[in-house]
Design a protein around this ligand. Structure first.
Ligand code: SAM
Length: 312
């Protein structure tokens, strides 16, 4: 079962932007008191997340837009699930850490997260949509990140052999998806099977094909060691199926077991959706509403030829 049938109340997740502020500073500025479980969070309290560094949960009703720390880019409103991809990539430091690509960047939540986690790397942030590239630029500016180069263009048209990308070792790929995991903070949730019926199958197949193409492209960069793929979809076509299809055509890449990042995370890929059911345990699913997050899928691929078989 992928989703809950009851209404959910998601907390207001807030990522502290360590480029501009510390946790202590933000908590003092917002005058918050700490509580130790998500259920206890109320109007003037916060819960410090145990999985993602510098992430706090506030009351779902709290409004932050008029707060100076929001306007100054010291905090970024970002669902916990959406913080997982950059956090995973940030933990892959067993071998060389060079530059980073964010292949699908706007509005820039994950780009700015990467910028904070990899201050010594250049982050190449691709965005093909001309309106969204402006939003991305704004978000990067407000975040204070100095290490982001925005590239207005289609990531699949980039040349992996371009000397500019010769030192790219880590790639984050969060392509357009159906958004079927997104629940507003008071939604009634459908079960996955029902959503599959309502969702247009043609649309999902087209998305699946686009997502496979863009993921295959990400695997072509000659020095890349880690590629994190994510969607905010609950559908197998956009998640397990994309990863399995791409890996079945490229034997140089494997699924990272994430032992060093999220060993305790209980919701994994769904074995029946994978060509090799053992791969499912290396995939992360966030079940909408279950731990206060939207629905999400994340998988980290690594290149054993460049990293070594660290996860065997
Ligand atoms: N990672 C973003 C974040 O956390 O804020 C959200 C990314 S959103 C799901 C996908 C973005 O990728 C959209 O802005 C879309 O315009 C862009 N996009 C889609 N296909 C692309 C491509 N081939 N090259 C570059 N950007 C693309």
């Amino acid at each position: 079962e992928l989703a809950l049938k009851n209404p959910v109340t998601l907390p207001r997740w807030v990522r502290i932007n360590t480029v501009k502020a510390t946790q202590e500073e933000v908590i003092k500025q917002l005058a918050l008191t700490r509580v130790f479980s998500l259920k206890e969070v109320g109007p003037k309290t916060y819960y410090m997340d145990e999985t993602i560094d510098n992430l706090i949960a506030l009351d779902s009703e709290v409004s932050l837009v008029s707060e100076s720390c929001y306007q100054e880019g010291k905090i970024i409103i970002q669902d916990k699930a959406s913080c997982i991809p950059a956090a995973i990539l940030g933990n892959q430091r067993q071998t060389k850490v060079g530059n980073i690509i964010d292949g699908c960047a706007a509005p820039g939540n994950k780009t700015t997260h990467l910028a904070a986690l990899f201050p010594d790397s250049k982050i190449f942030a691709f965005e093909r949509d001309s309106q969204r590239v402006k939003t991305l630029q704004k978000m990067v500016d407000i975040s204070g990140a100095q290490n982001v180069e925005i590239i207005h263009g289609d990531f699949t048209h980039s040349d992996p052999m371009d000397p500019k990308f010769a030192n790219v070792t880590h790639i984050l790929l969060d392509p357009s998806c159906s958004g079927s995991g997104i629940v507003s903070r008071q939604d009634f949730l459908l079960e996955d099977s029902e959503q599959d019926v309502v969702e247009d199958v043609n649309r999902l197949e087209n998305l699946c094909s686009f997502q496979s193409t863009i993921l295959k492209h990400a695997l072509q960069f000659p020095e890349s060691r880690y590629v994190t793929y994510s969607t905010c979809s609950v559908h197998r076509l956009e998640n397990e199926q994309v990863v399995c299809d791409v890996l079945s055509q490229d034997s140089q890449w494997k699924c990272n077991s994430l032992e060093n990042t999220l060993p305790q995370w209980e919701d994994r890929g769904i074995p029946e959706y994978c060509t090799d059911p053992t791969m499912a345990k290396s995939m992360i699913r966030c079940v909408p509403g279950k731990f206060g997050t939207i629905g999400f899928f994340v998988c980290n691929l690594y290149h054993p030829g460049r990293v070594g078989d660290l996860f065997e």
